[in-house]
Design a binder for this molecule. Structure first.
Ligand code: 13P
Length: 271
């Protein structure tokens, strides 16, 4: 498939551990009219939009957004379908709630919860087995960047996360490049730096699966993205969208982000 068919820009919200069910309902009530009024003025269809709330808000979000082109996803998953795994959630359960995507290997899970590269690879595999699209997160720490290891680290994290993926499945995986030092700090990466790392991520995908395979893999940037800087990332051909934390919690700001993605890439959208 050609690039225009598969690499539709994706704007993904990671709400992290924020919003009760009531707050989720309020968010949708404010977000939908806001985004409609912004997009109506362009007469364009929406770009692909994804919201990943806490598990507890998935049922409400799923029913509230049922008639809108907004997908829902989870922030984590376990690799078994069912069984004695207290506190875990299976890919089957997420699918059952209407999830299309699941974030895997976010830096907060790796660094705070101690998720290893091997666990991340198993989660990616399990998501694909259930027909969920994994959003595989990679990103270097500040210390790694200062040592000049950013390209190497991101290449290794990409290869690790994709180690159980088959060539014909890679286009189902979304990779999110999120430098750890840019997450929640207000210090976003320079778009050309992000594009350079993403270029290396694509080279890694090609070296693993074959030349040209990475052209069908969407790679997002994440880390202090907001409506005032997303355009500079979207203008880079290498960057297919954004994974947004803090700025996605505000319905008006998130609506602006949808609008900015559409403005930056009016030629590639889902409809
Ligand atoms: P912020 O947008 O708050 O920096 O968070 C980025 C992130 O971690 C998204 O997964």
């Amino acid at each position: 498939m050609g690039e225009s068919e598969l690499r539709v820009p994706l704007l993904a919200a990671n709400w992290k551990m924020n919003k009760t069910v009531g707050e989720t309902v309020s968010f949708v009530g404010a977000f939908i009219p806001e985004v409609r009024s912004l997009l109506d003025s362009t007469r364009d269809p929406w770009p692909e939009v994804l919201i990943c709330p806490p598990f507890t808000s998935l049922p409400a979000l799923s029913s509230l957004l049922a008639s809108y082109p907004v997908r829902i996803g989870a922030q984590n998953v376990y690799w078994q379908a069912k069984g004695a795994f207290t506190g875990e959630i299976s890919p089957l359960m997420l699918k059952d709630l209407g999830c299309r995507y699941v974030i895997v290997g976010h830096s907060e899970r790796r660094h705070i919860m101690g998720e290893t590269g091997e666990m991340v690879a198993r989660k990616v595999r399990a998501a694909l087995d259930e027909g969920l699209k994994p959003v595989l997160c990679v990103g270097e720490t500040l210390a790694e960047r200062e040592k000049g290891e950013a390209l190497k680290v991101n290449s290794e994290m990409t290869a690790g996360g994709l180690s159980e993926v088959k060539k014909e499945e890679v286009s189902q995986v979304v990779i999110a490049y999120e430098p750890v030092w840019a997450i929640g700090t207000g210090k976003e990466a320079r778009p050309d730096d992000a594009a350079q790392v993403i270029g290396r991520i694509r080279e890694t995908v090609d070296s693993l699966f074959g030349k040209g395979v990475s052209e069908d893999v969407r790679v997002l940037y994440g880390g202090s993205v907001k409506s005032t800087n997303i355009r500079s990332f979207m203008m880079c051909e290498e960057i297919d969208g954004a994974l947004v934390g803090g700025a996605s919690l505000d319905p008006v700001e998130f609506a602006r982000l949808v609008f900015e993605v559409l403005r930056a890439r009016p030629d590639r959208r889902t409809g």
